[in-house]
Write a protein that binds this ligand. Sequence first.
Ligand code: SF4
Length: 364
Amino acid sequence: MNLAEQLLCDPQTLCALPNTVQPLLAWYEAHARILPWRQYPTPYRIWVSEIMLQQTRVEAVKGYYARFLAALPAVADLAAVEEEVLLKLWEGLGYYSRARNMCRAARQIMAEHGGTLPASYKQLRTLPGIGEYTAGAIASIAFGIPVPATDGNVHRVLSRLLNSEADIAKPAVKAALRETEGQLIPCDAPGDFNQAMMELGATVCVPKASPHCSICPLQGYCLAYQRGTVAALPVRTKKKPRKIEYKTVVFLPSEKGIALFQRPNQGLLAGMWEPLVLEGHLTQQEVMQSITAMGAAAIETTALKETKHIFTHVEWRMQGFAVKVDTFAVQDGIWANQADVLKKYAIPSAYRTLLREALQQYPL
Ligand code: SF4
């Protein structure tokens, strides 16, 4: 199957696609957002930004990015960082395996590449956590290598330009769009071109029914615009619905601080710290029974709000309690004071609302 067949699009539109390159680059030069990682685009800074930007909005990333680079300004610092410090720097960004993989990659870069990210797409791909997209972004932006960096924004822009009804959830369609983007990359500006495609998708050719076609530099080349099909594109089959898990989250403040327990080293939120978490939505009486079984004496109990937190494949529906307790031996856990909670132990943002409410009730 050729590219046009794979993308269910008109071969002539595909052949005309190179005409979009110069208008796109001119638009990018005039309209690119000023972002911290674009100001001093070293390979390390681009790498950090690209990993942080996965699944996270630009505005949310800015603060984390500044804090991360201030604490770990070079590959060597990242390679040497303690996991507790790393997770605290990442706290709230989610997808913590990204941070762990960066640390493993940094160690590999120190061992195999003298502390400098390799200027090779192939070698970048051998580093933990650096997939096709991230390797393409680093290689093209930092090293000027003409390889594609095809993210969801690019899928959307290309699907609309080509009026392609191919399902972008399918790996074969993603590969065809990547190949299409790869054929457009100008050898003298691969980084700018890749960033321009992503920028157009992020700021103009935005999802759903609200792209800003009236100010789009590619409007004259866009078949979806001409045919009035913009809102229906791209086509993407729906993912399976998320699994819903019910939890009872119990904060245990005492004279010594608040009890925290470390999650297992594998799986969701691996190695992070959390309050007492009981499966299911339990009654206050059932919570008390669990606490008594732990050897604690409850002094006072407050019911907290119900909250939820959405992960990629699962949704937690949480009800909370804060139970002031007489100090007891915290098996497999620690007592954390206010400074520890703020600066030392990485606590998943899933618990943030409940933690804030518990600490308002029982300040440490
Ligand atoms: Fe996207 Fe509209 Fe531009 Fe087409 S004209 S690329 S749909 S913003």
